[in-house]
Ligand binder design. Structure first.
Ligand code: 5GP
Length: 168
């Protein structure tokens, strides 16, 4: 086990409180990036006392491997107009940064009033492109992880409450 459920919830509570202050009095759009970001987003928004709408974006880059292919595909798009809106993008993990770079560019092309990105996990050592990340709950080493919304190489394990890593 790399990060326990209790530890995850503690980190999310802090980030939720911070975002509550930042967005006080605003009506925002929260976009969990599917599939991995759904569990983090579900817990994060319950720790945010902010008027918010939910939209979903889906991106895939992994296939069955434990390394990013670098090729990002949009698998699901938003339905609300994002122009003039304050957008909070919620992602499970940033690795090479290619997925976030692609998605941030897409959202910015729709002229939001603001765009912030929060990620649960950051594998800084693997970054290939610079991406703007407002908040990261945990920095982790270069290990393949799953659980708490992230899948194992076979596509299972998203329902584990903790974040775990494969044995060497
Ligand atoms: P990037 O484009 O930054 O290289 O990769 C981001 C995407 O790759 C994430 O949205 C996630 O789906 C996947 N990913 C990166 N590292 C891991 C990992 O350790 N475990 C899992 N399950 N997915 C990962």
């Amino acid at each position: 086990m790399l990060i326990s459920s209790a530890h995850i919830q503690e980190g999310i509570r802090k980030l939720g409180a911070e975002l509550t202050e930042i967005y006080a009095g605003r009506r925002i759009v929260v976009i969990p990036l599917l599939r991995g970001g759904f569990m983090f987003a579900a817990d994060l928004i319950r720790n945010m006392d902010v008027d918010l709408q939910i939209e979903f974006l889906g991106a895939a880059s992994y296939g069955e491997q434990t390394r990013s292919s670098g090729e990002v595909r949009l698998t699901l798009d938003t339905t609300l107009p994002l122009s003039g809106r304050d957008v909070l993008l919620v992602e499970d993990i940033v690795d090479t940064g290619l997925t976030l770079a692609y998605i941030q560019k897409l959202i910015k092309s729709r002229n939001p009033a603001s765009l912030r990105t929060v990620v649960l996990l950051d594998k800084k050592a693997r970054r290939q492109v610079d991406v703007e990340v407002y908040g990261c709950v945990f920095s982790i080493p270069d290990r393949f992880v799953f659980g708490y919304g992230l899948d194992s190489p076979g596509g299972y394990g998203r329902n584990l409450p903790d974040i775990v890593t494969l044995k060497d």
